[in-house]
Design a protein around this ligand. Structure first.
Ligand code: 2AM
Length: 477
């Protein structure tokens, strides 16, 4: 019993996390259903640190120091349950199982409860940053008990990415909070990617820029407030030429976006929570729509917008306009994500520090960005901030972006260029900003056909109008 942590499931993510622990001085017990993977890891990387390879579940558990810390890195879903069922009977009270896979937070809640009843800590942990992150420093989002974090926290912080010396790992909240926050991270990632893609599309088809020219625009943007990993890689992708054809890489890729499902989970969950994450939803639907070949065939011959080519001297100004629209939409998308996290915290009783969520996403993960420092500062100044736009600096930026943001969307609409994420972000902004919404009319319709009742602006109570009897006063329901 000499290993501080054990990792079972040694496909690329598990292997790289195991190596990351070992490189940080921990003795790591290794296990995999198929022992060949365990042997291969030790053969290839055994000199990176201290590994204890094991073949049976019993040997694996016996190799772990108490309280045992056992990390599961298998495919999310049934495999996770199978592995838990295999190991839990071999563990004792106080031991800890960490699930570093992409589990649905409701599965994590279920597993945590079942294991808690047996005295075992179950820590559902989001791990972001892909293979490279797993090896060199991911963003880590552990849920579970505070007691388990006291033991695991230092280890997870050690292997996490660091920004200004701070670890990109914090205790998110109890049971499924870590996997929930990871899910929303991915939802925000979908929105951010779609927004960037729409900005590219506009520069291409309105400004008439080539992919290489747009790469230069993104490189400039990456030096400003949009600075982020996603903007940086976008520039690289746009500058890339397909070796075989010499065409811009972006022109030889089929325009049907795929997904592994965390965006879909975010949207499904948002509907249950009543969280209006419209930009994330539009980004998810945009991927789905792009893949609907038969529908696209059917719509392709239909009428579109009108061409208004920009004159060359207008292009430069247009780039600045798109930057405003992208930035403003991005603030809205992130605000929606944070709203959803707050809604879930309330629903599930999680004590989530919203500033810390921003802080740990500054490194290791796909949405890492300078911008997150500002979100963190906003929540650190006022943890009860109802929205990012309640913070004066963000409010000021959005105010300054108003005219260009609307101009970009209006011009795209006239030309028939789809900007679902840009326009949903603006519609969200205008919805929440409005003095009066036509929701009043919806309430009238509901009362008319279904006697669903309404409330009045001028006095308290719940009312129903006798629609079939004109002239009658409304009745109090
Ligand atoms: P394998 O190497 O034996 O296939 C990713 O698929 C990782 O999860 C692999 O390490 C794989 O083990 C493991 N895995 C998948 N399903 C599993 C299961 N039902 N039980 C144990 N490990 C599983």
């Amino acid at each position: 019993a000499s290993a501080q942590i054990g990792v079972t499931g040694l496909a690329v993510m598990g292997r790289n996390l195991a190596r990351n622990f070992a490189r940080h001085g921990y003795t790591v017990a290794l296990h995999n259903r198929t022992a060949a993977r365990t042997r291969a890891l030790v053969e290839e990387f055994g000199d990176e640190g201290s590994f204890v390879p094991t073949e049976t579940a019993e040997d694996f558990v016996a190799a772990l120091e108490k309280p045992r810390r056992l990390m599961i890195m298998v495919k999310a879903g049934d495999a996770t349950d199978a592995v838990i069922d295999e190991f839990a009977p071999l563990l004792e009270s106080g031991d800890m199982i960490i699930d570093g896979g992409n589990a649905h937070f409701l599965d994590t809640r279920r597993r945590e409860k079942a294991l808690r009843e047996r005295g075992i800590h179950f820590v559902g942990s989001g791990v972001s940053g892909g293979e490279e992150g797993a090896l060199h420093g991911p963003a880590v989002m552990p849920g579970g008990s505070a007691e388990s974090y006291a033991v695991l926290g230092p280890m997870l912080e050690a292997i996490s990415a660091k920004v200004d010396g701070e670890p990109c790992c914090t205790h998110i909240g109890t049971d499924g909070a870590g996997h929930f926050v990871k899910m929303v991270h991915n939802g925000i990632e979908y929105a951010d990617m779609q927004l960037i893609a729409e900005a590219y599309d506009l520069l291409r088809h309105v400004a008439g820029y080539t992919p290489a020219q747009i790469a230069d625009v993104f490189r400039v943007w990456n030096k400003g407030r949009l600075n982020s990993y996603l903007i940086e890689i976008t520039a690289e992708i746009l500058a890339h030429t397909d070796a075989g054809t010499d065409k811009p890489f972006v022109d030889i890729v089929r325009d049907a976006a795929e997904q592994k499902g965390t965006g879909r989970w975010t949207v499904q969950t948002a509907l249950d929570l009543g969280s209006p994450v419209t930009a994330i939803a539009q980004a998810t639907f945009a991927r789905v729509a792009s893949s609907r070949t038969a529908l696209r065939e059917a719509y392709r011959p239909l009428a579109g917008g009108t061409e208004h080519p920009l004159r060359p001297h207008e292009a430069e100004r247009y780039v600045a306009t798109v930057e405003h629209a992208l930035y403003a939409s991005k603030v809205i998308a992130y605000d929606q994500g944070w709203t959803m996290i707050r809604d879930a915290a309330e629903e599930y009783g999680w004590d989530i520090d919203l500033g810390n969520v921003a802080a740990i996403w500054r490194g290791g993960c796909i949405i890492r960005a300078a911008f997150l420092d500002r979100i963190r500062a906003a929540y650190n100044t006022d943890a009860t901030l109802p929205s990012l736009l309640s913070e004066p600096e963000f409010a000021d930026e959005i105010t300054k972006a108003q005219v260009p943001w609307r101009e970009v969307i209006a011009a795209a609409t006239r030309r028939g260029i789809p900007v679902p994420a840009f326009s949903s972000a603006l519609a969200y902004y205008d919805t929440l900003r409005a003095e009066r919404l036509p929701a009043a009319l919806i309430q009238g319709q509901r009362d008319f056909f279904g006697a669903h009742t309404y409330r009045r602006t001028d006095r308290e109570g719940t009312f129903h109008t006798l629609w079939a009897e004109p002239g009658q006063p409304e009745v109090e329901a």
